[in-house]
Design a binder for this molecule. Structure first.
Ligand SMILES: Nc1ncnc2c1ncn2[C@@H]1O[C@H](COP(=O)(O)OP(=O)(O)OP(=O)(O)O)[C@@H](O)[C@H]1O
Ligand SMILES: [Mg+2]
Length: 506
């Protein structure tokens, strides 16, 4: 029987990419209009109300910054009250406000969108491009997420698929996918480091490859560290310089900001190949007297390195932590693999060479490896032979519950392997209590207030009895995708209790 194919999708912060394993067994990237293999992860609505996605959206973003959404992967599954929302607000021109579930809602072209809806628009575009190219309707996909995504963020990507009838058959981690692109079909026995510095996120995983078994030893990352932050360092410098020269703050002018942002990214990219690049923007604004003003500057590679030194430091600190977590030393590592566009910056490669005592490998394509790995895994899911790929992944941050004193009771430590299940015995604290509620968090801090709230679980149907005399068995299940479900049982009768989950204000 020939089933509909499953494609692999790398849903990136800045660029998205899709691939498929063909009947011949070859992996193929899906091209857009014959050329590009990546599509900008940008969604816009123009002044006539047309929805634009990908290149069409990028082409008009300078003129329509308020209704052009980019970098939105950083807001997926994030609480509106979270610190990162404030940071994002300063960096982008589109409007965000609190949604009904303490999530973020965006206003685009006078309509409101949840982050799931924006992800769904981009996934939908990729699906349509793939369906067109493959001349068959695509209904299923393996979609990648940053290894450092928490439960809520993963759930959000699954929900995005549901909105457009795209079955997300499996969520896998981006660095793990990149390792598949490197290792499948090579009969390797190696320990590799995947260093993935993309547009929005940083991930590092240490993976042991034994032929078709890919075992993640440890992972870490930062969903707020990527190419966008390198651009912002340039932008910040330009704004400061301009203000010092003219007394004018360009930050309040969205069109000027968009032009600076565009050139900042191009300058950063050029500086990976050149030592010095001019930074000129004519007629950026006018003086109070109506005199046009230009930006006339230049950037050197050294300057960029100084401005972004701390960002690179943060990635290396994380590499060091993950190495410790894995119980390995730099000598045990066979290959260091670079993934993500931002790893083209020479200083990133130099610093990694120093750290590991050997240069990183060019074993995978930094922009394409993740989608290729997702496609290989998609294919393997359909494969009933013993050539199936075996993924043994881990959770990136601890999952646990709130203690009475606001402390964090860890149920699964970070780097716990998945799938995984744990049981916990709880009891009632007041007489005739029929419900038990617990708040579940994910994060690496000792106090729950600093971690992310995953939800409030209420178990009802407890037999009324004296406090402390009834037992409730709580079962925590983390799926292969790193998504948590909870159940509760009465251990005396074996009866399952009703569970409701609510994401509340944190
Ligand atoms: N030659 C280069 N030098 C420096 N940076 C580059 C270069 N080419 C691309 N980049 C940067 O790489 C980033 C995009 O990388 P990539 O496409 O891997 O990200 P992504 O997959 O969309 O994001 P993420 O994986 O974080 O979700 C952008 O910030 C871009 O400016
Ligand atoms: Mg990426």
């Amino acid at each position: 029987m020939h089933k509909e194919p499953i494609i692999g999708i790398d849903l990136g912060t800045t660029n998205s990419c899709a691939a498929i394993v063909e009947d011949s067994g070859n992996v193929k990237l899906i091209p857009y209009k014959g050329g590009e293999y990546t599509i900008p992860s940008i969604f816009a609505i123009d002044d006539k109300g047309n929805e634009l996605i990908g290149f069409e959206a990028k082409r008009q973003w300078q003129l329509n910054p308020r209704n052009t959404v980019y970098g939105s992967k950083r807001l997926v599954g994030v609480n509106y009250s979270s610190e990162v929302v404030g940071t994002m607000k300063k960096a982008v021109a589109y409007n965000m406000r609190a949604g009904t579930k303490n999530d973020v809602t965006l206003d685009v072209g006078k309509k409101e969108f949840s982050l799931q809806e924006i992800s769904a628009k981009i996934l939908g575009k990729i699906r349509d491009v793939a369906s067109n190219y493959l001349k068959t309707p695509i209904k299923r996909a393996v979609v990648t997420v940053p290894a450092y995504f928490n439960d809520r963020q993963r759930q959000s990507v699954k929900d995005a698929g549901k909105l457009i009838d795209l079955e997300v058959v499996r969520i896998i981690n981006e660095p793990t996918a990149a390792a598949l692109a490197y290792g499948v079909g090579k009969t390797l026995k190696e320990k590799v480091v995947i260093y993935d510095l993309g547009g929005g996120t940083f991930d590092v995983s240490i993976i042991e490859i034994r032929d078709r078994v890919f075992e993640v030893k440890a992972t870490g990352g930062d969903v707020f560290l990527g190419g966008i932050d390198f651009d912002n360092a340039i932008i910040h410098h330009v704004l400061k310089d301009f203000a010092a020269k003219t007394g004018i703050d360009l930050a309040t002018d969205p069109v000027a900001m968009q032009r600076i942002k565009d050139l900042a990214e191009r300058t950063k990219i050029d500086l990976s190949a050149r030592e010095e690049v001019p930074f000129n923007i004519p007629f950026i604004t006018m003086t109070a007297q109506g005199q046009p003003l230009n930006i006339e500057m230049k950037f050197t590679r050294k300057m960029l390195e100084q401005l972004t030194n701390q960002l690179v430091d943060r990635t290396l600190q994380m590499v060091a932590r993950v190495l410790v977590d894995s119980g390995l030393s730099t000598k045990d590592i066979d290959e260091v693999m670079l993934v993500g566009g931002q790893t083209r910056m020479p200083v990133v490669q130099d610093r990694l060479t120093k750290f590991f005592g050997k240069p990183p490998s060019k074993g995978v394509h930094p922009d394409e490896a993740v989608a290729i790995g997702a496609a290989l895994y998609a294919h393997s899911l359909e494969d009933n032979t013993n050539l199936r790929i075996q993924l043994l992944d881990v959770i990136p941050m601890a999952i646990g519950l709130e203690r009475g004193d606001g402390g964090f009771h860890v149920v699964f430590p970070r780097n716990a392997s998945i799938p995984n299940a744990k049981q916990l015995l709880a009891t009632t604290s007041i007489d005739n209590q029929t419900e038990l509620a617990m708040r579940i968090y994910q994060g690496d801090h000792d106090t729950v207030a600093r971690n992310d709230l995953l939800g409030e679980f209420t178990f009802s149907g407890i037999m009324p009895a004296k406090a402390g005399t009834v037992n409730v068995e709580i079962i925590f299940d983390v799926s292969v995708e790193g998504i948590l479900t909870m159940r509760a049982k009465d251990p005396a009768t074996g009866r399952e209790m009703k569970t409701t989950v609510r994401v509340t204000q944190s």
